[in-house]
Design a protein around this ligand. Structure first.
Ligand code: NAD
Length: 484
């Protein structure tokens, strides 16, 4: 399948933190792919601004190495890579001082989109925003991209929003949640809102429950000290899983436009009910023969931070009354797999005898691996032998159709960055959404902290603690298997 690439307007994209891990692994390899796809205009430029001393040449060779390491098969295009590297510039800038700012100002061009990507610790956002203004580099038309974590609770998220609001309007701020850049996530909206088939069934009359699983096989890796202060709730649920939940649960917006979509997502978050402690299960992974335990990984033998969480959420509105949303995410689980399952109700009456009556339709939206959507339908098993029923998937896999070997995260980043240049905020979180999400998660976190809750241990390579299975068994339901 040949995809149609529409070039974006000419731009100067400044990446603060352009020497950092995120820039080297995701942002620049992603931009290179857009360049190769012909989406970057002739003289669009990427200006890296960070603390280390570099000139253009030394920065380019650093990024050349990064793209070769992280850029997949496309980085073998030496000619293309050379042409892309010529778009890169470097300025040494001190976020907390005046060094480098005049040089940055001199580099910026008028008449092109100016975008500033804050790929630095959130503690520097205020300094950068202020200096961009005092030095006259950012104006009313500039765009600002910020990364998670967007606060660690409601109070800090509000403070961060207020800091940015001192210098930028909400319609200039693009809060990245790369889950929203995934092909399948956008397809979820197409499936829901561009087909007559699903929307009539998308409610408590026909849906029994919804499962959202984001399972990882990796541990906390080198992020131990950060992760131990955060945990799965803050690191994954408050942002990625809640965004997925919103897209599943929201009312149809009146048009596919940024604020119309975000208004509907916000209503879902505000309708989320508080959760009883017995509907939350927290876990920590144990050591295996080859890998360390969570507590060893974070070098904190008494840590009570969760590397796994499962919970049962409910949404108080007409559409979803009585429909549980089961969410779970964790590290060191049996497979790397992210999917959403919409499990439909049993038939009111079955004309088939016995076991056959228990077949259910399930719509599965796979984010990774093998991005795609499939619908489990029940048919007659082909051949003689009477009426036996089997479940088969109506498979809409499009991972192959997407082609090359970029990993799905890079893919999500590159789409979202192009949306920033286009000025399209639909797939970015608005400030009030982020705050509402914290307003829902804060009391849950405070609740287990007040109870001195200790996470249940679970085996590396398992599906999480036993109690998380019980969370569904108690309701007469079960999780779909975590399959890689
Ligand atoms: P990093 O530590 O690898 O890089 C930090 C960058 O900030 C470097 O380029 C450094 O030069 C620059 N910097 C630090 N202090 C500075 C100062 N005073 N003035 C100018 N520049 C300064 O960090 P990272 O992993 O690239 O993460 C960047 C941001 O993205 C963080 O907020 C992080 O939480 C977030 N994030 C990272 C990832 C990831 O995969 N690395 C994923 C999601 C979110």
């Amino acid at each position: 399948m040949v995809s149609r690439v529409i070039p974006v307007d000419n731009f100067d994209l400044v990446i603060f933190g352009g020497t950092g891990d995120l820039a080297r692994r995701k942002i620049l390899p992603g931009l290179f792919r857009r360049f190769r796809a012909g989406q970057m205009p002739e003289d669009a430029r990427v200006i890296a601004a960070a603390r280390s001393e570099h000139d253009d040449a030394s920065y380019r060779s650093e990024i050349e190495a990064a793209i070769k390491e992280f850029g997949g098969a496309e980085s073998k295009d030496r000619k293309g890579l050379k042409a892309f590297l010529e778009r890169l510039h470097y300025v040494a800038v001190d976020a907390r001082g005046d060094g480098g700012w005049q040089q940055l100002k001199d580099l910026m061009r008028d008449g092109v989109v100016r975008a500033f990507y804050f790929s630095v610790a959130p503690g520097l956002f205020g300094d950068l925003a202020e200096r961009l203004h005092t030095h006259g580099i950012a104006d009313r038309d500039s765009r600002l991209v910020v990364e998670k974590p967007f606060g660690r609770d409601l109070k800090s998220a509000r403070a961060l929003n207020a800091t940015l609001a001192d210098h930028f309007n909400e319609d200039q701020i693009y809060r990245i949640d790369h889950y929203l850049g995934k092909e399948t996530v956008q397809n979820l909206m197409a499936v829901r809102f561009a087909n007559v088939l699903f929307e009539p069934l998308w409610n408590s009359h026909y849906v029994d429950h919804i499962q959202i699983t984001v399972a990882e096989t990796v541990g906390v890796g080198g992020r131990g000290s950060y992760y131990d202060k955060s945990g799965a709730m803050r690191d994954m649920v408050q942002n990625h899983l809640m965004q997925l939940l919103c897209l599943i649960a929201m009312e149809p917006p009146n048009q596919f436009e940024a604020d119309a979509v975000r208004d509907e997502k916000l209503k879902v978050i505000r309708a989320l009910q508080p959760i009883d402690s017995h509907h939350i299960v927290r876990g920590q992974y144990e050591a295996s023969e080859k890998t360390a335990s969570y507590r060893e990984d974070v070098e904190n033998p008494k840590s009570t931070t969760e590397s796994f969480i499962a919970l049962r959420a409910t949404i108080a509105n007409w559409r979803w009354a009585g429909v549980p949303f089961y969410l779970r995410t964790g590290k060191r689980l049996k497979a790397r797999s992210s999917e959403i399952n919409v499990v439909f109700k049993d038939l009111g009456h079955s004309i088939f005898e016995g076991d056959e009556a228990r077949h259910r339709n399930v719509l599965t939206i796979r984010l990774q691996p093998n991005e795609g959507i499939d619908l489990q339908v029940t048919i007659k098993e082909p051949g003689p032998g009477g009426m036996r029923l089997i479940d088969v998937p109506l498979d809409m896999t499009f991972a192959q159709a997407l082609g090359d070997e970029a990993d799905d995260v890079t893919d999500a980043y590159e789409r979202l960055i192009m949306d920033v240049i286009r000025g399209n905020q639909t797939l970015f979180m608005r400030g009030d959404e982020v705050e509402a999400a914290w307003a829902w998660t804060d009391p849950l976190i405070e609740g287990w902290e007040a109870r001195h809750d200790v996470p249940k241990v679970y085996d590396t390579g398992s599906s999480g603690p036993e109690d998380s299975l019980m969370l569904m068994h108690r309701d007469g339901r079960r999780w779909r298997d975590i399959k890689g």
